[in-house]
Design a protein around this ligand. Sequence first.
Ligand SMILES: [Zn+2]
Length: 185
Amino acid sequence: MGTIGNKPKKYRSTDTFDEPEILADLDCVRRKAKDGGYINNYRLDIERLISENYKDIKIEHLSLDSDVSGKLEYKNGFWIMTVNSQHPTVRQRYTLGHELGHYLNHRDTLKSFEDTVFFRNKQKSSMEYMADQFAAQLLMPENDIVSLVKEGVKTVKEMASKFDVSLEAMKYRLEQLGYSIKKTE
Ligand SMILES: [Zn+2]
């Protein structure tokens, strides 16, 4: 999907939502991920991280409508995290990150979330924006991206495979951090 351009001159934020709120939880989860050995060469085993650390979450992989990525619902004392098993694994991993973002940040606000396909919906609520930010920052930490660029990773595809995320998610994250993506076919 293209090559990664030069390092950003400065962090470029195009959105008006505030981020600090999500960072406390994010740091905590990243620490769990590192200390618990859930990261293998940049790839976070997010499913194992969730199932072993959040005892009130149950993950289910089910066939859902194609435009539904996942759900999070509170039932009988458990948070049921449902992921669309029809979607590619990289998408399912991102969905888990997104739903974990809802669980950590919004479970006192809402008891049921249903998520449609990400990235295409321009008019996101701040809760959806936060959940996406959470997933993106959890699965593709900025420090790791900087390290990979230093190591010589030059294409979006190569970097996406390191994190085990979709090209779409990787591109979104890189652009958000201010990297330019050169199109190469
Ligand atoms: Zn959502």
